[in-house]
Design a binder for this molecule. Structure first.
Ligand code: CAA
Length: 409
């Protein structure tokens, strides 16, 4: 008999972030691009965007977020039986980011690991798979590590440029979670084959049909929300907050208006509820930018960071969108002990170490970035197995066989 069968209380037990060392202020970028700053700050709802240096990549961001997750939550890598990395910014066509993460973290060998790719939806695909793995009993008491890690890059001077960002969000998923219990099996899904945002194999920068992508996002929200509303019991209790996928702050505003109007609210009433129901989730996204797979979870981290105490026992909606496209609407309930844990997690701590860079420095880094995947790792560089507490994972370059080399420094 399987003693772990039918686990019903499953969800997010802890959250941790990592961000690159530098960011660009969007008022300065607007000035450099000859655009009124109010377009970026108010028109798009963005303030800063994190910029990765050539030694920071989706692997290092993921590892740094996951190490912080273990340190702050008190969980141990030995408890992990499933490791999923959601990313749009894979570093290899074959070897998954999850394998690098597994090695650098020293996760158990009895651990299923893989990478999930679907534009910004990969993190949610990972989270919901992890939840189902635990709910089915397959986990047998073990926990899952889901890491969403991305570097959002659009061409310099393109309309997408002010909506870039970089970072990782690590989620510990287990039964009896201390942050958010998810409503297992109760998700509304929408999928459609569209070309709104894509990145051909030879491109480091995304291509996007910008205004069309906004419409695809709203159509997918409508489809997923409709499917969710039709589930038994879904609408019995109101959602006091909703976190959306946040490519830029204004998109969450548009999404919320659209969703509340589907509920029958007038445009005015929908907008009036935005400040209470959505705004607290937008602080971290506006300081980091779009982190693709992690954007929804950055919004959730922001919300819990500011309101975990008052949201204890309350129900929260979550909307994930991945271009291409697939979307999912689902809900969860804040755990009573969430506020105490949030104090220990120090969720926005990594932003304190982040430094503003000039637009000229950002453009220089971007030029170096193009060559980073082929940069030769120094002959003397050898991966270090063990890290000290304050070390960060660093990408050194590739060896003579084009294998990526990482270390802690
Ligand atoms: N002061 C205040 N507001 C101003 C302004 C000013 N001086 N000038 C313009 N604005 C407002 C505009 O009125 C507009 O507001 P609304 O959206 O409410 O109409 C807003 O600023 C943006 O202006 P534009 O539409 O003219 O902006 P744009 O065409 O230059 O670019 C964009 C906007 C198409 C979204 C572009 O940033 C882009 O391509 N971004 C990347 C794609 C993206 O993020 N899509 C989102 C959906 S897809 C998704 O979510 C997946 C993902 O993560 C990529």
């Amino acid at each position: 008999m399987n003693a772990w069968k039918n686990v019903s209380d499953v969800g997010i037990d802890a959250i941790a972030l990592s961000v690159p060392r530098g960011y660009v202020d969007l008022a300065e970028l607007a000035e450099a691009r000859g655009v009124p700053p109010s377009k970026y700050l108010h028109g798009l709802g963005t303030r800063q965007m994190a910029i990765a240096a050539p030694d920071e990549d989706p692997v290092t961001l993921a590892v740094n977020a996951a190490r912080r997750l273990f340190e702050r939550s008190g969980a141990s890598p030995a408890e992990i039986g499933l490791c999923i990395v959601g990313t749009e910014t894979a570093v290899d066509h074959s070897k998954p980011v999850a394998a690098f993460v597994h090695g650098l973290l020293g996760l158990p060998s009895a651990c299923r690991m893989f990478e999930a790719k679907h534009a910004c939806f990969g993190g949610t695909a990972g989270l919901l798979s992890a939840v189902d793995w635990i709910a089915s009993g397959s986990a047998r008491g073990r926990a899952a590590l889901v890491v969403c890690t991305d570097i959002a890059r659009y061409p310099l001077r393109s309309a997408g440029e002010p909506t870039q960002g970089a970072g990782a969000v690590a989620l510990l998923v287990r039964e009896k979670p201390r942050l958010l219990s998810l409503e297992v099996g109760q998700t509304g899904t929408f999928a459609r084959d569209v070309h709104d945002f894509w990145r051909p194999l030879h491109h480091k920068e995304a291509l996007v049909d910008g205004h069309y992508s906004v419409q695809c996002y709203l159509d997918a929200l409508e489809g997923a929300y409709d499917a969710w509303r039709r589930l038994d019991g879904a609408t019995d209790e109101p959602l006091v907050r909703t976190c959306y996928h946040v490519p830029y702050g204004k998109m969450a505003r548009k999404a919320h208006r659209h969703r509340r109007m589907l509920d029958g609210a007038t445009e005015q009433a929908a907008d009036a509820s935005f400040g209470v129901e959505v705004e607290p989730s937008l602080d971290l996204p506006s300081r980091i930018g779009n982190v693709y797979t992690g954007s929804l979870y950055l919004a959730l981290a922001s919300l819990l960071n500011t309101q975990a105490r008052e949201l204890a026992g309350r129900r929260i909606g979550l909307f994930s969108y991945g271009s291409g496209c697939c979307a999912e609407f689902f809900a969860g309930r804040t755990a009573p002990e969430a506020a105490a844990l949030v104090d220990r997690l120090d969720i926005d701590g990594p932003l304190r170490d982040s430094r503003q860079m000039t637009v000229a420095d950002y453009e220089r880094l971007r030029a170096e970035d193009a060559a980073a995947d082929r940069r030769t790792a120094p002959e003397s560089a050898r991966p270090r197995g063990k890290a000290n507490e304050c070390d960060r994972a660093v990408y050194l370059g590739v060896d003579a066989n084009e294998r990526r080399v990482y270390t802690y420094a």
